[in-house]
Design a protein around this ligand. Structure first.
Ligand SMILES: Nc1nc2c(ncn2[C@@H]2O[C@H](COP(=O)(O)OP(=O)(O)OP(=O)(O)O)[C@@H](O)[C@H]2O)c(=O)[nH]1
Ligand SMILES: [Mg+2]
Length: 724
């Protein structure tokens, strides 16, 4: 979280002037890896373009009292922004951001294994006139590709400091720190770096425009030439000069237009395209630099290409995707069983012992609150922590290896009908962990309509908060049968819930497309496929621990609060002596509330206890589990040794004596959770990202209706067919 990163250091910096340093570079070049190494923070790093979507700030890890503030920025290919995250980055380094007011140095982080394309951005950045440092990252990958980079020659050609790095192994980081410290000290007297060549014939062609700009600005001669090129090859750059006040009326904006037109005509006569002028010049310059500084040796056979031939294959690709996910969900059940049982035993043990150890003078009510409300409620969720951790672990592995980028590629085909492209897939896949980072990641989508649709469907992807609910229901009611020898029924049921969410998302996107704009064709999807990489186990585990901490603290607070409130509602008013526990809980406030809404949810197969849990889970989904636990604990105060799963299994309708929960009820409940919008944090983020209440409102209404209808169809439909 960026906020914590900033306040952590505020103590050291109060009263002193802070120097800002920005990290820029192409997406997936390793900026965040460099940032983490410089600052000691642990921001999310992953092997696909578009991980970082907001500015993140930390201080250079230094002697105490460092004043060098580093900004990690979203990746970008060019200073002409295309999407929201691009704009955040280009605004900061073009000094248009008021949060970064003392920018003294720009560090361009480049992927050395793809130097030409990465240097393109550098050619634009050096022209901004600030000191620039080139952090040449991924030297290991360059070497593996057979590239030999002559750092000294590169330094000389560019006339800026170049530091070679292997950031993920920490190599070169100390040199980079030294270079940053050195450069920010001597700011003001840096020698200008080399830039693109605007002389000879081209200089002649753009000369009139250069002169006009010179007469209308305070730019240096150099900068005027660069700007002239940009203006000639780019209409929106011309537009920028419209508002410039012009004292010499005959040289006003219309004159500029005429001069630009003339220059463009001349370029066309020479057989070039004016719109390509800037790009061509920059690549010419980059090529010339690389000619001297980079030698192409023999590359190792591309393993990435070989793997891609199978993994992104038209038929094999989607099948492998399903197999991989089936395997993951199955492992979540089997591997998590041992730690789950251990936590379960521990929580039950703590509950029993705390209850027994409390001194006699403590009010029995307070004792019950502690044991059944707090320990019981929070403990019920903790039991599912191992499964959530396994999910995070696998997702993180898939991202770090570069496989997630392939999934975007595979899914692009299936998304076409919805008007979305593979670009929306990565935000959707991040929503498997949590919809909030998923919604943030939509900032990389340049098409505004597609971004909005992706935001609206992201919460349909099953997030980790649904996992405890699925796991409780599947664990209690889906028999451990094997299917086709290698799969198990619980694992497949879980996969089914995730697929149902994906199908729901595709369906909803189709409907949104229909309402919003029927005729636009989806933009073509271009995404760089990163090379496959061996993930670092250490980093993966660090990221998983980080997520676990967030889950326990963030979710823990909500769960604790709701468990306490719920305990009060289930415990009071106290029944008169001799009332049966099942009667007492019915007469409690929670019981009254549950019975009030029972008629609405009965058609879905839910009883009043689930009704209460449904209400509380609108704050956060996993609260369902703690709510059920609290209600059952209060009801059967003396038999806490049973796990919640067993209590659900043995619950009988007091009148008919039949089981309240059947496999069908559990499926109906899971289906409800697949679709329902039960997360206040998501609603808040949608409100922020769309800047209106309209879309979050539409989201709550459409998701909840979808959930109700789907559960209804599943439950009543199966009944009609004589199932369950
Ligand atoms: N081989 C190799 N991999 C690296 C190196 N530095 C970073 N990586 C990996 O490259 C991938 C991208 O790293 P990030 O730091 O997330 O890249 P980024 O530039 O912040 O990406 P965006 O935020 O998407 O723009 C991750 O899988 C890193 O582990 C390096 O020096 N060598
Ligand atoms: Mg990043």
């Amino acid at each position: 979280m960026p906020e914590t990163a900033e306040c952590h250091h505020d103590l050291h910096t109060s009263g002193k002037q802070v120097i800002d340093v920005a990290l820029v570079g192409n997406p997936n070049a390793g900026k965040t890896t460099v940032f983490n190494a410089l600052t000691g923070l642990r921001q999310k790093v992953s092997n696909y373009p578009g991980v970082t979507v907001e500015k993140i700030t930390g201080f250079l890890e230094d002697q105490p009292g460092s004043r060098i503030r580093i900004h990690d920025l979203p990746g970008l290919y060019s200073l002409v922004p295309k999407s929201l995250d691009d704009k955040i980055a280009s605004d900061v380094i073009s000094s248009r951001s008021d949060q970064v007011d003392n920018l003294r140095l720009t560090v361009v982080v480049a992927d050395a294994s793809n130097l030409n394309r990465n240097l393109y951005l550098l050619t634009q950045v050096v022209e901004l006139g600030l000191p620039v440092l080139l952090a040449l990252n991924m030297m290991d990958a360059a070497r593996a590709n057979g590239l030999q980079i002559d750092v000294a020659a590169l330094t000389k050609k560019l006339n800026i400091k170049v530091v070679p790095l292997i950031a993920n192994r920490g190599q070169g980081i100390n040199e980079l720190k030294d270079a940053i410290r050195h450069l920010v000290k001597q700011s003001g007297n840096h020698s200008p770096p080399a830039g693109i060549l605007v002389d000879g014939a081209l200089g002649q062609v753009v000369h009139p425009v250069t002169i006009w700009i010179k007469n209308h600005s305070q730019l240096s001669d150099e900068a005027c030439r660069y700007e002239a090129v940009r203006v000639v090859s780019n209409d929106s750059a011309v537009e920028n000069w419209r508002a410039i006040p012009h004292e010499h009326s005959q040289q006003g904006y219309t004159t500029l237009l005429a001069k630009v037109q003339e220059a463009r005509q001349q370029i066309e006569t020479n057989g070039s395209q004016w719109a390509m002028l800037e790009t061509q010049l920059r690549y010419q310059w980059v090529d010339e630099i690389c000619r001297d500084a980079v030698k192409q040796g023999t590359a190792r056979q591309g393993l990435s290409e070989k793997l891609d031939r199978i993994l992104t294959h038209k038929v094999a690709g989607p099948i492998l995707f399903l197999l991989i996910f089936a395997f993951i969900f199955q492992s979540i059940f089997t591997w998590a069983q041992v730690p789950m049982d251990a936590i379960d035993g521990f929580v039950t043990w703590v509950g029993a012992h705390v209850g027994a150890a409390l001194p006699g003078w403590i009010l029995p009510d307070l004792k019950d609150l502690l044991v059944n409300g707090v320990i019981g409620g929070v403990g019920a969720i903790l039991v599912f922590l191992p499964q959530i951790l396994f999910l995070f672990f696998f997702l993180s592995l898939l991202e770090d290896t570069g496989y997630m980028a392939r999934v975007a590629f595979i899914m692009d085909r299936f998304m076409r009908g919805t008007g979305l492209t593979g670009r929306s897939v990565i935000p959707l896949l991040s929503s498997f962990a949590c919809a909030i980072p998923g919604i943030m990641a939509t900032r990389t989508i340049s098409n505004a309509r597609n971004r909005l649709v992706t935001i609206m469907i992201a919460p349909l992807m099953s997030c980790s908060a649904r996992l405890p609910v699925y796991a409780l229901m599947i664990g209690a009611f889906i028999p451990q049968k094997s299917v086709l020898a290698i799969f198990s029924l619980p694992g497949l049921t879980l996969l089914g819930m995730y697929l149902l969410g994906i199908l729901g998302a595709i369906g909803a996107a189709t409907v949104f497309k229909w309402f919003m704009n029927k005729n636009t064709r989806p933009p073509t999807f271009v995404m760089e496929l990163p090379p496959y990489r061996l993930p670092s186990l250490k980093w993966t585990l660090l990221q998983v621990t980080e997520r676990a901490k967030i889950f326990v603290t963030d979710a823990g607070k909500i769960i604790l609060a709701i468990s306490i409130v719920l305990w009060f509602m289930a415990y009071y008013p106290r029944p008169s002596a001799g009332t049966l526990p099942s009667q007492a809980i019915k007469q409690s406030y929670a019981g009254q509330l549950g019975h009030f809404i029972e008629p609405t949810i009965k058609p879905l197969g839910f009883d009043w206890k689930m009704g209460v849990a449904l209400i509380t889970s609108f704050a956060a989904r996993e609260v369902l589990v703690s709510t059920m636990a609290t209600i059952y604990n209060v009801e059967g105060a003396n038999e806490t040794s049973q796990s919640l799963r067993d209590k659900l299994r043995s619950e009988r309708d007091p009148e008919t004596g039949q089981a309240v929960y059947t496999p069908l009820v559990s499926i109906s409940l899971m289906v409800f959770f697949v679709f329902a919008c039960q997360c206040m944090s998501t609603v808040a983020v949608v409100r922020r990202e769309t800047n209106s209440w309209r879309w979050p409102m539409i989201m709550i209404i459409y998701m909840t209706s979808l959930a109700y209808v789907a559960s209804f169809v599943v439950y009543q439909g199966s009944k009609l067919l004589g199932l369950g």
